[in-house]
Design a protein around this ligand. Structure first.
Ligand SMILES: Nc1ncnc2c1ncn2[C@@H]1O[C@H](COP(=O)(O)OP(=O)(O)OP(=O)(O)O)[C@@H](O)[C@H]1O
Length: 260
């Protein structure tokens, strides 16, 4: 394994230091250190099994649900240590929202899907909830399509609309970071473009970390790219530099499709 690299950016939101992760005896991440820049989109790329999703799930402690999983190292969200035993997981998941590969709306109305997190947080005021629904659906570029059917089931939406609803649900609680795990992989090309445009709009307000297998997508939507290989961080930098002039031969081979 080559020497771990340390990448810093100005004014980061998330700072990862010496992160290692184990599923039982099997190590999935090796001594990763990098900072995620504020209000930018960072793409995590790399071949299947290199640890992208594992790393993403470290940022909202989703891996806590896996038996025998163990994490080492530090992940600071602003000044809060995510891995601290005293970390309030509900509050962490409010601050760090997540959108999954396959949209997962609840079998409830469109309105109730959006306000789900707010209701858990105890918000009851209808004016506040109504305002959050409009703001979040506007933010997710879905308002015009659903404003007249807010009380209808979310399960009646198209696949692309459901994914944008899940994005609306994630942003309704004002997160600082939005994690996206291959958010377009189940979508048709038109819906994919829609979600990619949306990511471009959301970056002015949120820090986004996106896992994608699609090199063109990483190049289109992200400001920074991190390339992982076999659980280690190989290269990290501005997307336009990494894709045009990768420093590592492994990165070059991967982005030019020679493996992976
Ligand atoms: N719940 C689990 N239990 C045991 N091992 C796991 C678990 N989840 C992932 N792994 C292993 O950890 C390694 C990293 O997997 P991970 O899903 O993070 O990779 P990935 O880069 O996101 O892959 P893909 O692109 O195929 O989704 C792989 O070797 C995988 O088999």
């Amino acid at each position: 394994m080559s020497e771990p690299i340390r990448i810093t950016v100005d004014n980061p939101v998330v700072r990862v230091s010496n992160l290692s992760f184990y599923y039982g005896a099997s190590q999935a991440l090796f001594d990763i250190s990098l900072d995620f820049p504020r209000e930018k989109v960072t793409a995590l790329i790399g071949p299947s099994g290199c640890g992208k999703s594992t790393m993403l799930r470290c940022f909202n402690r989703m891996n806590d649900l896996v038996d025998g999983a163990r994490v080492e190292g530090s992940i600071l969200l602003e000044d809060t240590e995510i891995n601290d035993a005293t970390m309030d997981i509900i509050e962490l998941r409010r601050r760090v929202g997540m959108v999954f590969q396959k949209s997962n709306p609840f079998p409830k109305s469109i309105y109730e899907n959006v306000v789900y997190g707010l209701r858990i947080a105890g918000v009851k005021d209808k004016v506040v909830l109504d305002e959050a629904v409009e703001r979040s659906l506007q933010g997710a570029a879905l308002w015009d399509e659903v404003k007249d059917r807010l009380n209808e089931s979310a399960l009646g939406l198209s696949g692309g609309q459901m994914q944008r609803l899940c994005i609306a649900r994630a942003i309704a609680v004002n997160p600082e970071v939005v994690l996206m795990d291959e958010p377009c992989s189940a979508l048709d090309p038109k819906s994919t473009i829609r979600v990619e445009e949306l990511i471009g709009e959301l970056r002015s307000e949120y820090t986004i970390i996106i896992v994608t297998h699609n090199m063109q997508q990483a190049a289109r939507v992200s400001d920074y790219t991190a390339f992982l290989y076999e659980g280690a961080l190989v290269e990290y930098g501005l997307t336009k530099e990494l894709f045009v002039k990768p420093k590592s031969k492994q990165t070059e081979d991967y982005i030019t499709g020679r493996f992976g």
